[in-house]
Ligand binder design. Structure first.
Ligand code: BJW
Length: 229
């Protein structure tokens, strides 16, 4: 039975209207990542960081899953073997399309985290620095997002899945951010076939056995149709 592990990045949600990070009009061209996506930036200016994530949470609520998200949900439902999505995305579009095996290695916009006690809960639409933690009451509420310099979620389990995979597919990610950028090497070393689906070849494209380029809403449904044929 073929076991598929899929890594997704911002490109899979781009056609749902959610911005990518490093494309020419990406989020990192408009925001300083040191200020909004590091623990040090949050310590310096928590109001700015909350403003950034409040706006992205609103965009996410207004967005809808696209044909790529729906195709991946269909693959999980109809493929004769396990399909796991490990996503770097903090949106919930895979789940809203119907995928149920989704691991958010960089956290989720819909969750809040107490920087004082580690308690997690469902995030309200708008968060502010003085919001008290429901468990310990400390005014240390932050988005449950993995920032630069922090350890991504579920790494040991992800590496186990990569080692057990027969096919590793990377969709809509530029390959700039580690440890996700090394998953193709981790999976290939353990014997998996590797495929990249991206608008253009990523910086790590040479590590994949096969690269298909184009918009996710076209190339992902086409690949899923091939897998289910
Ligand atoms: C389309 C499309 C369409 C567009 N169809 N495709 C030096 C060397 C190596 C590593 C490091 C280093 N210095 C520091 C590090 C570590 C650091 C890192 O990688 N830094 C690099 C920048 C160098 N990593 C970390 O700090 C991570 N933690 C860590 O390493 O812990 C220690 C550890 C060590 C070893 C093992 C395990 C742990 C944490 C990283 C946290 C990343 N956080 C962010 C922001 C928070 C989430 C959020 O706010 O949303 O996560 S950064 C940002 O980048 C976000 C994304 O998840 C992540 C990846 O971006 P992604 O998804 O690839 O987006 P883009 O924009 O880069 O690319 C989009 C792609 O889509 C492009 O290719 C387009 O062509 C394509 N596309 N439209 C198909 N329609």
């Amino acid at each position: 039975m073929t076991k598929i592990v899929i890594l997704t990045g911002a490109g899979v949600s781009a056609e749902s209207g959610l911005g990518t990070f490093r494309d020419k009009d990406g989020l990192w061209t408009r925001y300083d990542l040191e200020e909004v996506a590091t623990p040090e930036g949050f310590a310096r200016n928590p109001a700015l960081v909350h403003e950034f994530y409040n706006a992205r949470r609103k965009n996410c609520v207004e967005a809808t899953p696209n044909a790529a998200h729906h195709a991946l949900a269909r693959l999980e439902r109809d493929f004769d073997g396990p399909v796991l999505i490990v996503t770097q995305n903090v949106d919930d579009l895979h789940e809203r399309a119907g995928s149920s095996h989704v691991w958010h290695m960089h956290g989720q916009l819909t969750r809040a985290l107490c920087a004082a006690c580690g308690h997690r809960w469902d995030a309200p639409a708008v968060m502010a620095p003085a919001d008290p933690c429901p468990a310990c009451a400390a005014p240390a509420t932050r988005p449950d997002i993995v920032w630069f310099g922090e350890y991504p979620y579920g790494m040991e389990a992800i590496w186990d899945e990569l080692r057990a995979a027969d096919l590793f597919v990377s969709i809509g990610t530029s390959g700039n951010v580690y440890p996700a950028a090394a998953f193709v090497q981790d999976a290939a070393r353990a014997g998996a076939q590797t495929l990249e689906l991206n608008l253009e070849p990523s910086i790590g494209a040479h590590d994949f056995e096969e690269v298909r380029t184009g918009p996710a809403t076209e190339i992902v449904p086409a690949w899923v149709a091939q897998m289910l044929a």
